[in-house]
Write a protein that binds this ligand. Structure first.
Ligand code: 5GP
Length: 199
């Protein structure tokens, strides 16, 4: 049986686009590894350290930046976020597909990354909310963030949405089930790519 190199599915989209739920479901159903990011953000109620994020102090995060440990990192909504290079490369080398839920700055860094293993693996997808009104409703309906945070996320979302043309794929969000069917179809097609097969 042919083995293949893992896929690095990079998913971006504004908060409230539903991308995190899609990525998490893909990981739960499809034997895809969900890349756990590092962040300096405080945990939200219910979030579990090392399952949702590796929660780091600003000092610890800066030390990992200085050590060159991040495949990409960015300041998003006032907090630092980053993906550990070693974790991603180990999964790809083992033939495991990896899904990364990262912002547009991080996706641009992955796109520009010189590592051939990353470029062979990389596929990027932008999840677009159906409208500004629907995005506002989704951000408010979450009930976990303050009005100030929601306003900041809304402003950032509008800026982030300008970047969708840099991505290979764009998904205009509808119902969760319809979105999930499409992201699964994308993964299935990428799993058939000859370029990642090891004969
Ligand atoms: P949240 O704080 O709501 O979990 O995430 C806020 C934003 O940070 C989201 O757009 C999410 O995609 C992004 N994000 C999460 N992890 C990373 C990461 O490792 N790198 C980058 N660049 N963005 C991330």
């Amino acid at each position: 049986m042919a083995m293949r190199n893992g896929i690095l599915l990079v998913v971006s989209g504004p908060s409230g686009s539903g991308k995190t739920t899609l990525c998490r479901r893909l990981a739960a159903d499809q034997a895809v590894h969900y890349s756990i990011s590092c962040t300096t953000r405080q945990p939200r109620p219910g979030e579990v350290a090392d399952l949702d994020y590796h929660f780091l102090s600003r000092e610890a995060f800066a030390a990992r930046v200085a050590a060159g440990d991040f495949l990409e990192h960015a300041l998003v909504h006032g907090n630092h976020y980053g993906t550990l290079r070693g974790e991603v490369l180990a999964h790809l080398a083992a033939g495991t597909d990896v899904v990364m839920d990262i912002d547009v700055q991080g996706a641009a860094q992955v796109r520009a990354c010189a590592d051939p293993a990353i470029q062979l693996a990389r596929v990027d997808l932008f999840v677009m909310p159906p409208s500004e009104a629907e995005l506002q409703a989704r951000l408010t309906g979450r009930g976990t963030d303050s009005a100030e945070t929601i306003a900041l996320r809304m402003a950032n979302a509008i800026e982030e949405m300008r970047h969708w043309p840099s991505y290979t794929y764009r998904l205009l969000s509808g119902t969760h089930e319809a979105d999930y069917a499409r992201i699964r179809a994308l993964l299935t097609a990428e799993q058939l790519r000859v370029s990642r097969l090891r004969c």
